[in-house]
Design a protein around this ligand. Structure first.
Ligand SMILES: Nc1ncnc2c1ncn2[C@@H]1O[C@H](COP(=O)(O)OP(=O)(O)O)[C@@H](O)[C@H]1O
Ligand SMILES: [Mg+2]
Length: 151
């Protein structure tokens, strides 16, 4: 049981989707297909909530053909896609905000690219305003579903 996780009731309101994994992947593919660069997408949620799964799906929909792997250790992976470069960033292991400079944060967010950021909280006030934020949470009633909030 995942009783320690913060959960929302299922279908808690408008804009809350409770998606199984294939639905979540399709949602991500559709989002990626509709993205026009420059665009920054932040993904929040606990470990295992599905942030990397969603990032992989967004990349696939955007036209990245190489395998998208979790950048947990490198912090950033870069891919090519027809419309722009893609940066997939995971700040889980960022030790301090100033280390963002070392991974080229300022250049990446100024680029005309698709930028996907897991653990954006770690970037503090260096996370730009006005990006698309997607939050994923475990579903209270179904371990195979995630509650997705986008805004
Ligand atoms: N509805 C769902 N949506 C996304 N992932 C799911 C879902 N149900 C089960 N999973 C599983 O949860 C895990 C999510 O892992 P991952 O995407 O790496 O999460 P995170 O990056 O948030 O730590 C995967 O093993 C995936 O197969
Ligand atoms: Mg991840």
């Amino acid at each position: 049981m995942r009783t320690h996780h913060h959960v929302l009731p299922p279908r808690a309101g408008a804009g809350h989707l409770a998606l199984d994994e294939s639905e979540l992947r399709q949602w991500g593919i559709d989002l990626g297909a509709s993205c026009t660069p420059p665009i920054i997408i932040s993904l929040t949620g606990e470990l295992g909530a599905g942030k990397t799964t969603l990032a992989q799906s967004i990349c696939a929909g955007y036209g990245v053909t190489e395998p998208v792997t979790s950048p947990t250790y490198n912090l950033v992976h870069r891919y090519e896609a027809p419309r722009s470069a893609v940066f997939h960033i995971d700040l889980y292991r960022l030790e301090k905000e100033s280390d963002l400079t070392n991974i080229g944060w300022d250049e990446i967010i100024a680029d005309r690219a698709l930028v996907i950021v897991e653990w954006p909280e770690r970037a503090g006030n260096r996370m730009p305003d006005g990006h698309l934020h997607i939050d994923l949470q475990y579903s209270a009633d179904d371990p195979a579903r995630r509650v997705l909030l986008a805004g």
